[in-house]
Design a protein around this ligand. Structure first.
Ligand code: ZN
Length: 79
């Protein structure tokens, strides 16, 4: 699925090649390439392979709020 995404013109960071972005929830991200996306319960790993469905807010490394997470409306966890 990851390699097919490359055939569609997708990159490791979405529109760029920056890999391991915690706010890029896609099988194109190496963090989720083999385990799939992490659901809020964490129980559906290996079953939730998908491409990114929306652009999540930019992460400000100098102003992180753990309780806000990555602000994903679907509540996915991240790495
Ligand atoms: Zn790749």
């Amino acid at each position: 699925m990851h390699e097919f995404g490359h055939n569609l013109g997708l990159h490791h960071g979405g529109g760029d090649d920056m890999n391991f972005k915690p706010n890029f929830l896609s099988v194109m991200n190496y963090s989720f390439q083999t385990v799939g996306l992490l659901t809020p319960s964490g129980l559906a790993i290996f079953h939730n392979f998908d491409y990114s469905r929306r652009k999540l807010p930019t992460i400000d490394e100098t102003g992180l709020f753990e309780s806000a997470g990555i602000s994903d409306p679907d509540g996915h966890l991240t790495l």
